[in-house]
Design a binder for this molecule. Sequence first.
Ligand code: GDG
Length: 503
Amino acid sequence: MAKHDIDPVLPAPRLRMTGGRSPACSVPPAGAWRMARTGRHEFVVVASRLPVDRVEGADGEASWRPSPGGLVTALEPVLREAGGVWIGWSGDAGPAPGAFEANGLDLVGVGLSADQVRDFYEGFCNATVWPLYHDVVARPQFDRRWWEAYVAVNWSFAAAAAAEAARGATVWVHDYQLQLVPRMLREQRADLRIGFFNHIPFPCSGIFAQLPWRRQVIEGLLGADLLGFQSRADAANFIGACRQAAGTPAKGHAIGVHDPDGVREVRAAAFPISIDSAALEAIARRDEVRKRAADIRLALGQPDLLLLGIDRLDYTKGILHRLDAYGELLDEGRLSPRVALVQVASPSRERVEAYRELRDEVELTVGRINGEHAEVGSPPVHYLHQSYPREEMAALYLAADVMLVTPLRDGMNLVAKEYVACRYDENGALVLSEFTGAADELTGAFMVNPYDIDGLKDAIVRAATISPAEARRRMRSMRRQVGQHDVAYWAASFLDTLNQAPG
Ligand code: GDG
């Protein structure tokens, strides 16, 4: 696929940060840029994962199956129109699969060794940054070996992006796994327009300050022209961290970064991500999906009240707090005796210790609630530790009377938006944690502080007992928001702002 023009290595502008030494990560590993060149792609997406999964057929032959999420849906038209490429990791340890085509998209696989999967992905990404950025709801672990792996893997991604991007191309880097890529890329390819979007929260400067490599991370991110966050609070936290960790001054959304050629302006602002609302609503409207929703209620014994939780099994999602509140409501008899809770907890990061412990604790709690309250054939909690196709998810959303979204911290939470998009019938109610990015937009929800179990219980009872007219009013306002601000709107507003950045 991509044919490359071999270009001389571009002069590497060295960024000078006010009040900083040159960070350890500014020195590329030997040979990282041996292949420095410009590619043919005008638009490059760099994300930790590829939008496809490697599957092995019965004959042992490997192939790629598309795993389209919201990000792919939003970026696919841009990728096609601009002749773009997606750079990411396949999810398996092993050598780089290199460049290939799947589903009509140009893809470039970055390889991670088994040690890098352990130290970069399971270590630095999932056991250091993830808990730290989610307000330390679990204890972050700091390990210097993990940091070294993080630097090395970020170099691999930056090198792949530099090789694919045409002169003057737009490169959009995604998420906390790749925070050093913007600067690494700029040092080699000053001609590029570089955007970065942070999908998870950015913590307040007091928490961020715990990170031993905070200055390097800030400097890495400031290699971008535009930094997008899920909420205004996250963007403000980042600006605060720039001041504190790197002594970089900011004026409003603009941060002044001292480059050799003068002061470069980096913008940090909120671009709340969304979903492909129309496509999801179309799935929910299908006859077979509506029938499946009715069948789900039937299979559950036609409950008076069906509560639903859908989450990756992650300690940030507040699953245990939700179960505690539900268990107490059952103890107190405050819900209809014909109530059921369906909790989908899709498997996630099972090699990380904290996730294994969480699974044990959730399963113990579900077992206790069912042990105390079940009757033969009708347990009050239906716990599903599995992943489902989108159609089944839409049927569940349609079947539920009350959706419980109770994270302790969440960048956005797409599940809340998906529930709203599926409810074309304008029924159903949403209980939503105020610690999600979605809470800024879905003001028709019943807002909760998930740590306040009594408040959570009251909100569940209120959501379960509102009048149909109030439910409709609330759902309509949320549907308007999600309908108008879909994932295409999100991508377009980020890319328009990036393209207007002084380049
Ligand atoms: C990160 C940030 C931010 C879940 N189980 C199944 C399944 N899912 C889908 C949901 C939803 C997605 O996974 C989960 O998205 P969330 O937003 O809830 O959470 P994270 O995975 O933590 O995502 C988050 C997001 O990035 C985007 O920026 O909102 O804050 O943490 O789409 O539907 N999908 C299918 N089967 C399942 O079993 N098909």
